[in-house]
Each structure stands twice: as structure tokens, then as C-alpha cells.
Ligand binder design. Structure first.
Ligand code: 5GP
Ligand code: MG
Ligand code: MG
Length: 184
């Protein structure tokens, strides 16, 4: 779908393709500096972080390895279940590694704080977090995010990896939905 053709289900563009691309390149330059002499392992959180992982990893100049985890927290709807479950674990051990968790969005921060604690228990050299988007409630939960792309208001967004009932992940931008989209 095109940014100029929102149709009846997309309400408003929150982040354009260009805004996302430019910000990822800015943060990639920071990460290049911070990890210049370290062996970096990017851990993407499926499925939402697929787009940001693809773009961030290609924007980096430092050598990296890439792994993925899948955890469930939201189910298929809009509300957090409060329960985090590992659906797919990492392929490799992270012992002694410098880990950068790559997240699409932090809302309550529940998923992330659980994930970081889980990864820390595996004996890595360091664990830091990259989140493309962050909502205000993340500040309530005590999550330390080293790299943040955008601080967004407290509204549900889709696109660039993010879904509503598994749809809209393939949008190249981030948008809000109209009430029509939620009705089905
Ligand atoms: P948290 O545990 O921080 O509340 O939520 C974590 C996960 O919920 C995110 O990684 C993402 O998958 C999903 N999520 C949170 N906010 C949104 C949103 O605005 N839109 C979509 N599509 N998913 C969200
Ligand atoms: Mg996520
Ligand atoms: Mg989802």
C-alpha cells in the first residue's frame, strides 16, 4: 500500500518510510561507534522486529551476527495478556557475547523486561536494547533502552512489522487504523 492511498482502514500515517530510514541510519552510526571493538550479536524479537532488523543490520558497518527469538505477549488482539512465553528460542548460546535486543515497539515494557532478565541469566558479556518505537507507559516499567527511534503517543499502530490480527505487517510505513478496520 502507498502512503498516498490509505484506503478506508488506515487512518493516519505516524511514521513515513523516509522518517524510519533516516532515523535507523542515525542510530546505526551510534551503534557503529559504541561497538567498534566488540563482537555484536543482534537478537530480533519475532515477528514484529523483522523489518527493523533487516534495515538496521544493513545500515551497520560493524560485523554482526543475527539471531531471532519469538515470544508471545499480546495474542492476536490489541491488549497485552501479561503472560510472556518463548515460542522460539535462540539458535546459539549467548555466553560471553555482546547482545543487542532489536525490538519493534515497547508499550508496557512487560515483554522487554522479562526478555532482558531471561537473556541476562544466560551469562552474556552485555545486554542492551534497541527499540524503533516507544510509548509513554514504557517509562513506568523500569526498562533501560539504549537506542530509541521514536517516542509515540499512547495509540495502537500497525505497519513496518507491526500487525493487527496478523495483518498490515508489510506496510513500509507506520499508521493508525480506523474503527472500520477493527470491526473486521
Ligand atoms: P509490551 O509488553 O511492551 O506492552 O508490548 C510488547 C509487544 O506488544 C510489542 O513488541 C508488539 O509486538 C506489541 N505491541 C505493543 N504496542 C503495539 C502497537 O501499538 N501496535 C502493534 N501492532 N503491536 C504492539
Ligand atoms: Mg516486539
Ligand atoms: Mg502483534
Amino acid at each position: 500500500m502507498d502512503e498516498n492511498d490509505l484506503g478506508t482502514k488506515l487512518d493516519r500515517i505516524v511514521l513515513t518510510e523516509k522518517e524510519i530510514r533516516d532515523r535507523i541510519h542515525e542510530l546505526a552510526a551510534e551503534i557503529d561507534r559504541d561497538y567498534a571493538d566488540r563482537d555484536l550479536l543482534l537478537v530480533g524479537v519475532l515477528k514484529g522486529a523483522v523489518m527493523v532488523m533487516a534495515d538496521l543490520s544493513r545500515a551497520l558497518h560493524v560485523p554482526v551476527t543475527v539471531d531471532f527469538m519469538a515470544v508471545s505477549s499480546y495474542g492476536s488482539g490489541r491488549r497485552s495478556s501479561g503472560v510472556v512465553r518463548i515460542l522460539k528460542d535462540l539458535d546459539e548460546s549467548i555466553e560471553g557475547r555482546h547482545v543487542l535486543v532489536v525490538e519493534d515497539i515497547i508499550d508496557s515494557g512487560l515483554t522487554l523486561s522479562w526478555l532482558v532478565a531471561n537473556l541476562r541469566s544466560r551469562g552474556p558479556a552485555s545486554v542492551e536494547v534497541f527499540a524503533l518505537m516507544r510509548k509513554p507507559d514504557a517509562l513506568v516499567a523500569d526498562v533501560d533502552v539504549r537506542y530509541v527511534g521514536f517516542d509515540l503517543p499512547r495509540e495502537f499502530v500497525v505497519g513496518y512489522g507491526l500487525d493487527y490480527a496478523e495483518r498490515y505487517r508489510n506496510l513500509p510505513f507506520v499508521a493508525t487504523l480506523t474503527s472500520e478496520a477493527y470491526d473486521g
